[in-house]
Design a protein around this ligand. Structure first.
Ligand SMILES: [Zn+2]
Length: 319
C-alpha cells in the first residue's frame, strides 16, 4: 500500500463521515488527562469514550509519568495547539522538568510536536523512526496535510533530531526519580519503529497505533506485515499482567482483555486469507471472499479491512 492509495482511501472514508473534513480536526480536539496511579497519567480526547464505543475515529492519545527528578511525555501530538495542551496537562500535575519525550512511531500525530518541547527535553525514538523522518519528512508532512487539512499547524512543522535511539529488539529503562519506566520494541507492530512504554509499578502500558482503541476499531496495516504484527501483539498480550491498564494510540484506557479483539481479528484474517490462497484465488477474489462480518462496526472498516489488511495478509502468506 503506497501513501497515495492510503490518501485516496482515507479521503473516501472521511468524505463518507462528513464531506471534505478530516477524520478528526487538530484545531478542535480537546485533551483531558486521567490519573491511573500516583505520577502516572493517560491523556486522550474528551470525546474518546463516546466515539470509541461507536467505532468512530478518535484523535491521538498518550500520557506522562512523573518522578522525583522529572517527567516523561509519551507522544508529542500533531501540532502546536495539541502539544501545548499536553504541556498544560503536565503542568497541572507537576512543576518538574520534562526530561524525556518518546515517540511511539514516526506518525505525525505522535511526533510532530517534538519541535515545541522545552530545550532540555531529550527525545527518544526507535532507529527506524529516525531513519524514516530523515528520509521522508517533507513527503510525510504533505501526506498529513492532505489527510488532516491545511491550516492545522502542520505547515510549520520541522523535524527535530532524537537524542536517544532504541535499536531493533531494544529495551531501555529510564529513572525518573523513584519511578522506573521501560521503553520496549516488541517487534514489527505497524511501522517497524514501534515503541511500547511500560510502567511496571502501576502496570500501565502505552501502545501507540498498533492498538488503535477498543472493539470495534481494527489494526491498520499501513506498511503490511500481517504475520509479524500478529506475532508482536501476541507477545505484548503475554507480557501484560491480567490487571494491566492499556493506553491505546487513539482512545481512552482499556484492559489487557481488549487486546484479544485485535489479535482474534488478525488471526481470522490470516486463516481466511490462507484458505483463499490455498484455493488459488487472486487478491481481488480474496478481498471479496474475506469480509469477516463478525469484525465489522468500525467506521473505517471499508478502508482498513479490504484495502490494507487483507492485501497485507495476501502478500505475506503468498511468500
Ligand atoms: Zn496515531
Amino acid at each position: 500500500m503506497n501513501k497515495l492509495m492510503t490518501f485516496i482511501a482515507l479521503s473516501l472514508v472521511s468524505s463518507t463521515l462528513s464531506a471534505g473534513e478530516p477524520v478528526w480536526d487538530g484545531n478542535q480536539v480537546v485533551l483531558e488527562s486521567e490519573k491511573l496511579a500516583p505520577g502516572v497519567f493517560a491523556y486522550y480526547p474528551n470525546n474518546a469514550r463516546e466515539f470509541e464505543r461507536k467505532g468512530l475515529p478518535v484523535a491521538t492519545s498518550g500520557g506522562f509519568v512523573v518522578g522525583k527528578k522529572g517527567v516523561l511525555m509519551i507522544d508529542t501530538m500533531l501540532n502546536e495547539r495539541l502539544h501545548k495542551q499536553v504541556q498544560v496537562l503536565i503542568r497541572n500535575q507537576s512543576d518538574k522538568p520534562i526530561l524525556y519525550a518518546v515517540n511511539t512511531s514516526f506518525h505525525g500525530d505522535h511526533s510532530y510536536g517534538n519541535m515545541y518541547l522545552p530545550k532540555e527535553t531529550k527525545i527518544i525514538q526507535h532507529v527506524v523512526t529516525k531513519n524514516y523522518i530523515d528520509e521522508h519528512f517533507v513527503k510525510d508532512t504533505e501526506f498529513m496535510i492532505q489527510n488532516f487539512g491545511t491550516g492545522r499547524g502542520i505547515e510549520e512543522i520541522e523535524p527535530v533530531a532524537a537524542d536517544i535511539l532504541v535499536g531493533e529488539g531494544g529495551r531501555i529503562t529510564l529513572d525518573l526519580g523513584g519511578k522506573m519506566v521501560e521503553i520496549i520494541d516488541f517487534g514489527f507492530a505497524q511501522t517497524g519503529g514501534d515503541l511500547f512504554i511500560w510502567e511496571p509499578e502501576s502496570r500501565t502500558m502505552w501502545t501507540g497505533n498498533p492498538i488503535i482503541t477498543m472493539k470495534p476499531s481494527l489494526p491498520w496495516l499501513l506498511d503490511g506485515h500481517l504475520i509479524e504484527t500478529l506475532n508482536s501483539l501476541e507477545i505484548v498480550y503475554n507480557f501484560l499482567p491480567k490487571d494491566a491498564h492499556v493506553v491505546p494510540g487513539h482512545g481512552s484506557v482499556i484492559a489487557r482483555s481488549d487486546l484479544k479483539w485485535h489479535i482474534d481479528y488478525l488471526k481470522a484474517v490470516k486463516t481466511e486469507v490462507q484458505n483463499a490462497i490455498d484455493e488459488g484465488l487472486t487478491l481481488e477474489q480474496t478481498v471479496e471472499r474475506v469480509a469477516l462480518p463478525e469484525f465489522q462496526g468500525y467506521a473505517l472498516y471499508e478502508w482498513v479491512h479490504p484495502t490494507l489488511n487483507v492485501p497485507a495478509a495476501y502478500k505475506d502468506l503468498s511468500k
